[in-house]
Every structure is written in structure tokens, then in C-alpha cells.
Design a protein. Structure first.
Length: 211
């Protein structure tokens, strides 16, 4: 029973160069949610990398506003080294280049530090479950940075099938194409939207009301 209960806990590491904010976030998350546990709070990007390597959390809440773009670079390293760990960027401002770079590197969330506590907890749980949670600003930036090729009707149909969780074989059959052709089309859709993977493509299409 204890092992089953432990498996339900979402483990988190917080990286923020303002110690009071980082520890306050830990207290808030653990006070308002019984199934979130903050394993550690790191106060600089280098320490954060060491802590993430040691603790292997489910989610990393990472401040992006650090000196010399350390927040951006550290997030990119975490995404590259530990693809199973979900990185969520927290910020007080929206720098378009930082948003695009971290999301494309694999960050699964981009939220304002002004987000309401209940929304943050919901976001952490959703991201731990495999969802992508991007604020309106992040989605807008990604759309502005995308290539100019518009999505066609067949692109939208593929995205709709992906959003329904259909397997590639089923989608390929519905679209009357081979699975290899389908995979190429999905990569092309990701390129058109300027995103890093199909999950982000579906999330963006949903936000735009396309599916």
C-alpha cells in the first residue's frame, strides 16, 4: 500500500535565484496539495542541474529570469539530458526569444509567476500527466515564429485524429496513406507550426480553435 501511495506523489524540484520565492513556492505547493512533494529548492542554474540529476523529479519548476540567460540554457540542458522530466518555465515577463527557445527545446509549460496558486497546482498535475500547458503569450509567440505555410484541411484532420488518441495505423487508414507518409506529414505539420513535437502541435491547434 505504501508503494502504491508513493507512486501517486508528483515530485518537484524548484530552481529560482530568489530563495524566498523558491521556498515560498515549496510551502505553497505542499500546503495546498497533498500529492505534490518538493524534493529540493536550488538557488542557481548550476545547482539546479546537480539537484535534478540527483533527485530525478517528475517536474522542474525553473525560473527563466536568471543572469546571463542561465535559466534558458539550464532548461535546455535538462530537456536534452532527461527527456522524461517535465520542465516548466516560470517568469515575470514574456521575452519572445526565450519563450520560443525553451518551448522548442522541450519545456512542457510556460507560466507567469503571477499565476493563481490553484492554477499552478492544476498545471503541475497536468504536465506531470503528460499534457502541455502554455500561457497565452507563449502560444502567440510560437504562432508568430512559425513558418508561413498554412495548415491545410488534411493537416487539421490529422491533428484532430491525434487529439483523439488514435494510433498511427488507424490514422493512416482513415487518411488513405501509409504510416511512413503519415509520419512525414506529422513532422511537416510540426514544422509549419514551429513546434517541437506533436503534443505541442495538438495543443496549439486546440488553442486556435482548429480542432
Amino acid at each position: 500500500m505504501s508503494g502504491e501511495k508513493a507512486a501517486e506523489i508528483i515530485t518537484v524540484v524548484v530552481v529560482d535565484d530568489h530563495p524566498s520565492y523558491g521556498h515560498g513556492l515549496k510551502a505553497l505547493l505542499e500546503t495546498l496539495s497533498t500529492d505534490i512533494r518538493v524534493l529540493a529548492v536550488a538557488t542557481d542554474a548550476e545547482e539546479g542541474l546537480r539537484v535534478v540529476e540527483r533527485e530525478q523529479p517528475d517536474v522542474v519548476l525553473h525560473d527563466i529570469q536568471m543572469p546571463n540567460r542561465e535559466g534558458v540554457e539550464a532548461a535546455k540542458k535538462i530537456c536534452a539530458l532527461y527527456p522524461s522530466i517535465k520542465v516548466v518555465m516560470l517568469t515575470v515577463s514574456e521575452d519572445p526569444s526565450d519563450i520560443a527557445e525553451t518551448v522548442r527545446a522541450g519545456a512542457r509549460g510556460y507560466l507567469s509567476k503571477q499565476v493563481q496558486p490553484e492554477e499552478l497546482i492544476s498545471a503541475v498535475k497536468a504536465i506531470a500527466a503528460g499534457e502541455v500547458v502554455l500561457g497565452t503569450e507563449a502560444l502567440s509567440v510560437l504562432m508568430d515564429e512559425r513558418t508561413q505555410s498554412p495548415l491545410g484541411d488534411s493537416d487539421i484532420a490529422i491533428l484532430r485524429f491525434l487529439s483523439e488518441g488514435l494510433e498511427h495505423a488507424r490514422i493512416a487508414n482513415e487518411m488513405a496513406m501509409s504510416e511512413s507518409s503519415l509520419k512525414r506529414r506529422i513532422r511537416d505539420i510540426e514544422r509549419k507550426l514551429g513546434v517541437n513535437n506533436r503534443i505541442q502541435a495538438v495543443a496549439m491547434a486546440a488553442k486556435r480553435g482548429l480542432i
